[in-house]
Design a protein around this ligand. Structure first.
Ligand code: TXA
Ligand code: MG
Length: 334
């Protein structure tokens, strides 16, 4: 099926597509989502088809209010409600045991589902108008950088989906923090804007899953299936270079071809001797611009991309985690 993809700011119009079992892309504070009625298996199947997504990779279920989660999840522990008080609505996804009303295709065959209450006002209006939980992965072709503008979504999804709600640029720029809870401990499966430090400062015990910074064996059972797939990859061969600016320049110069590009901090750019794009100085700026820069590297037809290593704490851990995957874990320390 090919569609004449339209861009709209009318959330009510987009919600009509959802009610008809079709897909609609929508903005959130993190990245754009590709939504379908989470309770309708045929509609959800269209997400996997449009993205080319492996069927065992579960989708996040989006709702306008955490109070609704109990209709779709069971045995919700108290700690989940406490976390929700602190971090919902926001860039935060809690994995819970799902009720059978959530079909297997939505949860990738797992008996759990991730629940997220976005903070973005357009997203919230859209979710209320849909009046059903919305399953939504990031609205990119599987494996390519996540979309943070409607133009990114159009570039990947033109003709594959009927409608995109244009809500401008995403303010956070990286996907939500995905967590599970066990007893009194919060385990971070995917780092995001809500950092381990934020969760700890709110009074919770926190662990960070080893898959966040280490390559997981494809044949191992992984807690978050999304972690085993290649991700966020521009066409360029990405290398993360961890070291001083001088060492970085030396390494990049030595390994560059005519079409290579460096991805540096804004503060590095004065008299930088090689072709570059820059992705900010603070971790928050870097998160917001990361996917824009990875797409820019493609637009400039870069064959190699040398990236200055971000911080590995706070929001920086989310940036580092996405970069590691776009680099297929190729990182050098100088
Ligand atoms: O910010 C976000 O989370 C965006 C916006 C659209 O909300 N969505 C998003 O979805 O990033 P997606 O599908 O690109 O990533 C979802 C991640 C995947 O790594 C998936 O494996 C994991 O969450 N996940 C979802 N449900 C899970 C579950 N039941 N158990 C473990 N991991 C789960
Ligand atoms: Mg994604």
């Amino acid at each position: 099926m090919t569609y004449n993809t339209i861009l709209t700011s009318d959330t009510e119009e987009a919600a009509k597509y959802i009610k008809n079992g079709e897909l609609a892309a929508f903005p959130t504070e993190t990245v754009y989502g590709l939504g379908a009625d989470a309770l309708n298996p045929e509609a959800v199947a269209k997400i996997f088809e449009a993205k080319g997504r492996p069927s065992d990779n579960p989708l996040i279920v989006h709702l306008p209010d955490f109070a609704e989660v109990k209709n779709y999840a069971e045995n919700i522990p108290d700690i989940a409600y406490k976390l929700a008080e602190n971090f919902c609505p926001g860039p935060f996804t809690i994995i819970l045991k799902k009720r059978s009303i959530i079909p297997d295709i939505t949860s990738g065959g797992l008996d759990t589902a991730g629940f997220r209450i976005p903070a973005n006002e357009t997203a919230r209006r859209f979710l209320k108008e849909c009046n059903t939980p919305i399953a939504a992965p990031s609205a990119n072709i599987s494996g390519s950088p996540s979309p943070t503008t409607a133009a990114h979504v159009l570039a990947d999804m033109n003709g594959k989906i009927p409608v995109i709600i244009d809500g401008g640029s995403c303010t956070v720029g990286v996907e939500s923090t995905v967590i599970t809870v066990e007893d009194d401990t919060v385990n971070i499966l995917r780092p995001g804007f809500v950092s381990a430090e934020d969760i700890r400062n709110a009074g919770f015990k926190v662990t960070v899953d080893k898959g966040v910074t280490e390559e997981v064996n494809k044949y191992e059972t992984v807690l978050s299936p999304g972690m085993k797939y290649k991700h966020y990859s521009p066409a360029a061969d990405v290398t993360i270079v961890d070291g001083s600016l001088d060492k970085f320049i030396e390494y990049a110069a030595e390994h560059s071809t005519k079409r290579s590009l460096c991805m540096i901090f804004d503060g590095d750019s004065k008299k930088f001797p090689l072709p570059y794009i820059s992705y900010g100085d603070s971790s928050e700026e870097q998160a917001q611009r990361l996917f824009i820069c990875l797409r820019e590297a493609d637009r400039l037809s870069a064959d190699k991309l040398f990236v200055r290593c971000p911080e590995k704490t706070g929001v920086g851990l989310a940036v580092y985690n996405r970069l590691l995957r776009s680099a297929a874990f190729k990182a050098v320390r100088l």
